[in-house]
Design a protein. Structure first.
Length: 365
């Protein structure tokens, strides 16, 4: 409300109160109150001002205020980053995306030492016996104290085994981010392509969701009970099977089979896409937080997608959406597809007033 915004705009937060500072910045973004956004950005702690997130919004505010040279300088600097804000900034100044893939550098001696370890032999046997939980515990203990060069070698070994989630997570602990082949596998290509075609979905988007949901661990089960590559809750799987596909329900064991999971996951993704303006931004948020929540988060007036994503009230869902769309761009690169830029993937979010007017027009016709 205007009264609430007036209060937030005029209260003076303590210098360490980042929660209130972020709240009023997000309130300013909702109203596209660019002068106040710039003023409040200046009051953030220096380390937060230097983050990609707030540098991007400073540039957006400067551009909206007519200072294109200052805005474009920041956009160009951010565009060197392979990230959500880097790709978003590249769109603002029509620069190419920064992928720069490089294979993981591995010391052959370290690699040989790790491969000859008795622990590695034990882990390999546990995986062969499908005792994955025991294998994961052994792997965690084995890699827990490793240095960066050892982690790189271990990640490459996990990749060679087809143990993609552990390869991804182990490499991440080394702080080496440029091996896109390892970090973004192309597993399950046939079912992804088949179901993407059947549901008229972008395969890079589907891959981005799989990468974020499970990191290609087909047997994973979350604490909440979601299962498999696309992390389906059993209740969601029942709904998709019975209501959308007119099939018998899949058992929990069947949800771990990649072909089944991708069939149900893509069908559900198509369902929420059709329910939510056919907007992939809303559908992605709904896949994480549920369509009912996303319906409540719709703005009154149309908003640019980057603003709406920044305003998602759940930090987990906000980061989920940002990562999925970043990963989708990377999968365009991995699949040798024509790049679909974030500005194309993320159309504006129509407001409830606009939707109501459209519905009334349809009724009158």
């Amino acid at each position: 409300s205007p009264a609430a915004y007036d209060f937030v705009a005029n209260v003076e937060p303590c210098s360490h109160d980042s929660k209130l500072q972020e709240t009023r910045l997000r309130a300013g973004l909702l109203r596209q109150d660019w002068p106040n956004v710039l003023r409040w950005l200046d009051r953030l702690p220096a380390d937060e001002q230097a983050s990609e997130r707030w540098r991007y919004w400073r540039a957006r505010a400067l551009h909206e205020q007519g200072d294109a040279p200052a805005a474009n300088q920041i956009f160009r600097e951010l565009a060197d980053s392979r990230s959500y804000y880097g790709f978003s900034a590249a769109d603002q100044v029509e620069m190419p995306y920064h992928f720069s893939p490089n294979k993981t550098p591995v010391d052959p001696e370290i690699s040989h030492r790790i491969e000859q370890s008795a622990t590695v032999a034990r882990i390999e046997e546990l995986l062969a016996l499908d005792r994955t939980n025991s294998a994961r515990r052994e792997w965690y203990k084995f890699t827990r104290e490793m240095q960066a060069d050892e982690l790189m070698a271990a990640a490459m070994l996990a990749k060679a085994w087809g143990w993609h989630d552990q390869a991804i997570f182990t490499l991440a602990r080394s702080d080496y981010w440029d091996d896109l082949e390892l970090r973004f596998p192309l597993e399950h290509g046939k079912p992804v392509k088949k179901q993407a075609q059947a549901t008229r979905l972008d395969p890079s988007w589907v891959y981005g969701i799989i990468r974020q949901e499970s990191a290609f661990n087909a047997a994973v089960r979350s604490h909440a009970g979601a299962i498999g590559l696309m992390q389906l809750m059993p209740a969601t799987a029942r709904f998709v099977s019975k209501k959308l596909l007119k099939q018998r329900n899949h058992t929990k064991a069947q949800l771990k089979i990649p072909e089944n999971n991708i069939l149900l996951g893509t069908t559900y993704l198509r369902h929420v896409l059709d329910k939510l303006q056919r907007n992939p931004v809303l559908a992605t948020a709904a896949y994480n937080a549920g369509p009912h929540r996303v319906s409540k988060w719709l703005p009154r007036q149309q908003l640019p997608a980057d603003i709406w994503v920044e305003l998602i009230p759940f930090r987990e869902t906000r980061q989920y959406v940002q990562r999925v769309f970043t990963y989708a761009s990377i999968y365009d690169h991995r699949l040798d597809r024509k790049l679909t830029r974030l500005s194309e993937r993320m159309p504006a979010i129509r407001g409830t007033e606009q939707l109501s007017a459209s519905a009334n027009t349809s009724v009158s016709l």
